[in-house]
Design a protein around this ligand. Structure first.
Ligand SMILES: Nc1ncnc2c1ncn2[C@@H]1O[C@H](COP(=O)(O)OP(=O)(O)OP(=O)(O)O)[C@@H](O)[C@H]1O
Length: 353
């Protein structure tokens, strides 16, 4: 996996939403929500890249931009070496078959008036796959079996299924186009704890059986640690740390990652007592008006004088290929030396190969 060109690569990716101001007396003013604000990352073929961060930091927007459900405002998304911005509408449509999304809330993402068979068959119709009634019906049955549903239930409606079964319907629909890259957007977050592990195991098995590449979006670092090969940590539209899952979780470099890791329950009460929980003050700032300099500074326990003035860039830590390799990540910064000093002082933003 490591030597091959990545299946997906984002470079300088921005997704901005122009919005009416929410401030009283300023409703006529348009502000720009910088949901994704300069992201560079790649996903290697066959791997699971975990994407973690608090609610509102831009994870879903980034995931949807990578599968081109949302158009980037700036920057590029390459899929299998092709810059998706250069494709005609029809070429982009056929490329989309190779990508899919599994959404968080299976109830919201399924049309209550359509049978699950019709829902699962929708991508087949869109992409002209398995043409003909009988072949399509057989394929829908096959997809239902693959995700552990009874094909005889194809004529039922979403409300006749449990939450876990509905998510299986969503997974079957995502698989219908035979995608290579799947964005799993909080796929177990809305499920009962009792079925979360089953759906997680299903996703792991499907990845193995079909050679899928996953972006696994979650705010649950413990779940991500279980399934991901690498982890990217996102804060206010930016990636603040990225690297191999064990090193990011067991040896976090960025104070934000440290705080996220400290919130994960320890495996034993003794270890729990030995560890300090880092509670971040305040809410995540508005992505329409990110703080100057380091955008984590308003909540950072290690904030110090230079923080408002330097916008840190990702720097390699450890002895890996880091900046020279695929994980080279940049950002906006004025004075590289000063920024480097700043980062060293607030624990380098890590890039690990
Ligand atoms: N279509 C849109 N128009 C305007 N703002 C948007 C839109 N979609 C997302 N946002 C804003 O962009 C920011 C990032 O949202 P996003 O849903 O990507 O974050 P997230 O990390 O996935 O959060 P969550 O876990 O709650 O889904 C938020 O402030 C959100 O309100």
């Amino acid at each position: 996996m490591a030597g091959e060109p990545p299946l997906v690569r984002a470079s300088g990716l921005h997704v901005h939403f122009p919005m009416r101001s929410q401030m009283p007396f300023r409703r006529s003013v348009t502000e720009v929500v910088r949901a994704v604000d300069g992201v560079d990352l790649h996903v290697r073929r066959g791997e699971t890249l975990g994407l973690v961060g608090e609610s509102g930091c831009g994870k879903s927007t980034l995931g949807q931009a990578l599968v081109r459900l949302i158009d980037p405002s700036a920057g590029t998304v390459e899929f299998d070496g092709v810059d998706t911005a250069t494709l005609s509408a029809s070429a982009l449509r056929s490329l989309r078959r190779r990508m899919a999304v599994i959404f968080q809330d299976p109830f919201a993402s399924l049309d209550p008036r359509r049978t699950v068979g019709d829902t699962i068959g929708e991508p087949l119709a869109i992409h002209g796959l398995h043409r003909g009634r009988r072949r399509r019906r057989a394929r829908i049955g096959e997809l239902m079996e693959v995700v552990g549903l009874d094909p005889d239930h194809r004529g039922r409606y979403p409300h006749e299924f449990s939450g876990g079964q509905r998510q299986r319907v969503g997974i079957a629909r995502a698989l219908a186009g035979e995608p290579e890259f799947v964005v799993c957007d909080e796929p177990i977050a809305s499920l009962d704890v009792s079925v979360q592990a089953q759906v997680m195991n299903l996703l792991v098995r499907l990845q193995r059986d079909f050679g899928l590449t996953y972006l696994f979006v979650s705010h649950d670092l413990a779940a991500v640690r279980q399934v991901a090969d690498r982890v990217a940590v996102m804060y206010l539209g930016r990636i603040v740390e990225i690297g191999a899952a064990p090193s990011v979780v067991d040896d976090p470099q960025h104070p934000y990652t440290e705080a996220l890791v400290s919130a994960v329950p320890a495996p034993s009460p003794r270890k729990e007592r030995a560890r300090d929980r880092i509670v971040l003050g305040g809410d995540i700032p508005s992505p329409a008006a990110p703080p100057s300099g380091c955008r984590f500074r308003t909540r950072c326990p290690k904030v110090f004088d230079p923080c408002p003035h330097y916008d840190p860039v990702l720097q390699p830590v450890g002895g890996d290929d880091a900046l020279g390799g695929d994980d080279a990540v940049g950002g906006d910064t004025g004075d590289a030396d000063a920024a480097q000093g700043h980062q060293a002082a607030c624990h380098l933003h890590g890039v690990r190969g």
